[in-house]
Design a protein around this ligand. Sequence first.
Ligand code: NAD
Length: 386
Amino acid sequence: MTTDRPITGADLAHERSDAAAQATDGPTVIPVALVDAPYPVVVGRDLPEVLTAIDLPAGAATALVVTQEPVVAAGHVDLVETALRDAGLTVHRHLVRDGEVAKDADTLAQLWQVCADVPLTRGDLVVAVGGGVVGDLAGFLAATWNRGVAVLQVPTTLLAQVDAAIGGKTGINLGGGKNLVGAFHQPIAVACAVDTLATLSPRIRTEGLGEVVKCGLIADPGILDLLETCAADVLAGDPELLQELVVRSAQVKAAVVAADEREGGIRAHLNLGHTYGHAVESLTGYSEVLHGEAVAIGTVVALRIGQRLGCTPDDLVERADALLARLGLPTRGPALDREQVWSVIGRDKKVTRDGVRWVLLEGLAMPTVQAVDRADVDAVLDDLLA
Ligand code: NAD
């Protein structure tokens, strides 16, 4: 690709990476290359096509589908169950309450009882069909039932397809905080059908773009080029563009997870925007500001901190800020009590003698983790929220 003129949508349409080019020709299979339990992320247009490309565990006789009412109403659950029955499985469905409230101990206890009643045995399968809430909850059910059974993740929100369903983090919330009880439990596969995204509300689909932009910033600048050139079509839900964005973002996540499954090192880079983002979510009750929106605000904060420290180039800060705003994601506020912000960050993150460690960018696709003084963070927040 030449760079002596602005990149156009036509350039991007013609000059795709090999993997992204497959996105228009059928499902793309992205390996999550873990040594002990490698698995595929399969990205395609519709659920039957994607599910056909997935191998189910040979010994499984029964599948417990965990889902929520809006996903059933949208017609996605019937398609998944038909594919499971066609593969010879007996299928049981259990609906949990909609929203983050479902990620709690009471719901998990009900699900354990459902597993006992079915009964779901050691060789059987849990299938999570829904957004990140269902994925985290059903994943933790699978991690704990019978000391661990297989789970197939079928994410149906953009946020879950590009992030939550990949990597094996599962868990539930307690009154005192999010994801406080959980386990690493990798799925047998992740089945992403971008047609399922057509039934999301515009706000929930846009929210997922917060994580897509993050993947572009930490590892794949081509994602940013694509979003900048085709923002309006992406926001309108163009399935071909969404498929390419899901493929590229899933490639970023899969590569990072394969290199550092338990977040001992570079997996922390996926937390760009999450340090301040978590504080925003927590202090607004996990409903006013959605996860991907909070990550967008947190990303701007992290980039401005890097800029203040002389680490992040000015043009990168301006570029990210402008792109997030163009996608309709929040880049400022809400105004929060500063002491409460620090209390959440202190609970959430490792605090060293030099300060809290933040993911910053030394340049595009150049993430770094650095301890930052509270005074520098406060100065950035004062400036941004003025
Ligand atoms: P969500 O799961 O609450 O889904 C949002 C809403 O969309 C819900 O009402 C749901 O019923 C509905 N929905 C889902 N798919 C639909 C479809 N195709 N059509 C119509 N409606 C549909 O929200 P989310 O943003 O997907 O996930 C947020 C959760 O993900 C949080 O709990 C967060 O902690 C978790 N998360 C986990 C990880 C991880 O690595 N495990 C990473 C990021 C976020």
